[in-house]
Design a protein around this ligand. Structure first.
Ligand code: SAH
Length: 252
């Protein structure tokens, strides 16, 4: 799968996407991550990407022209004008990172992991000219109910969450099925695919994990995990996951 990140701070991504699973996925050719410097798509001497807002008010707004040209350059064709819009080809989605977007969830990540290509636009300053949301991006996406200073961290979050779902990225194929937000019964599935209708289904958080030492400062690992009785362990994990979900995320 190919990711294209469009940003005025392309060097931002050097750290976050160079470790662990994402790094291995890149090295294995499972994920291809390209970063586009928005200023490359400006035409003036000062490489201007922003301007003052119509109607007045604080701050600056990212101009539409460089963003449209950056995306068109990636798609290899124009996206059209008011009369004639040309959507990106099937398998490609253009996403605008935005605090005012729809909430990014594990379900969104699963949907994106089926794409061939994801183009992520990172906003800055007060945000992005609305015509980008209306006529260039197919979706506006928020990573949570808080305001960050740029779309780069949110875009890195999306790349990470999607990449670890790509076949082969984790090594152990079963691992993503037993994680938080994956299914009603995380530990009991034993390799079955995630449930068919995640939207209607109840989601469960992960169960607690323990490793050695079996006793640390007097705090003992739950007895059932040490016994080696698989069915008992599975049952305990289901119960713990359900309890943790009720406690931490009753909304799920
Ligand atoms: N004025 C905007 C915030 C702009 S923050 C508002 O009130 O909604 C600048 C940029 O950071 C945004 O254009 C967006 O790309 C990014 N950003 C900030 N918070 C975000 C979030 N929760 N999710 C995704 N992107 C976010």
């Amino acid at each position: 799968m190919r990711f294209d990140l469009i940003s005025i701070f392309p060097e931002f991504f050097a750290g976050p996407l160079d470790h662990g699973i994402v790094r291995r996925a890149k090295e294995a050719g499972i994920a291809e991550i390209h970063v586009q410097d928005l200023r490359q798509f400006t035409k003036d001497r000062h490489r201007t990407v922003d301007d003052r807002p119509f109607g007045g008010g604080e701050g600056m707004v990212l101009k539409p022209e460089p963003l449209f040209e950056a995306v068109e350059n990636l798609l290899g064709h124009e996206v059209g004008d008011a009369e004639k819009r040309v959507p990106p080809e099937a398998g490609t989605t253009v996403v605008l990172m935005s605090a005012a977007g729809r909430l990014f969830t594990q379900e969104t990540a699963r949907r994106y992991a089926k794409l061939e290509r994801l183009i992520l636009i990172c906003g800055r300053y007060e945000g992005v000219d609305e015509r980008v949301a209306e006529f260039l991006a197919s979706e506006e996406l928020s990573v949570g109910d808080y305001v960050l200073s740029g779309g780069e961290l949110p875009a890195a979050i999306v790349v990470d969450a999607v990449t670890r779902l790509l076949p082969g990225a984790l090594g152990n194929e079963a691992s993503t099925e037993n994680e938080s937000f994956s299914s009603l019964e995380p530990s009991a599935q034993g390799g079955t695919a995630a449930i068919a209708h995640p939207r209607q289904a109840k989601l469960l958080l992960d169960f607690p994990h323990y490793t050695r030492p079996a006793e640390y400062r007097g705090w003992k690992v739950p007895e059932v995990l040490i016994g080696g009785h698989h069915a008992e362990v599975a049952k305990w994990r289901r119960q713990q996951a359900a309890e943790k979900t009720r406690r931490n995320r009753p909304d799920l």
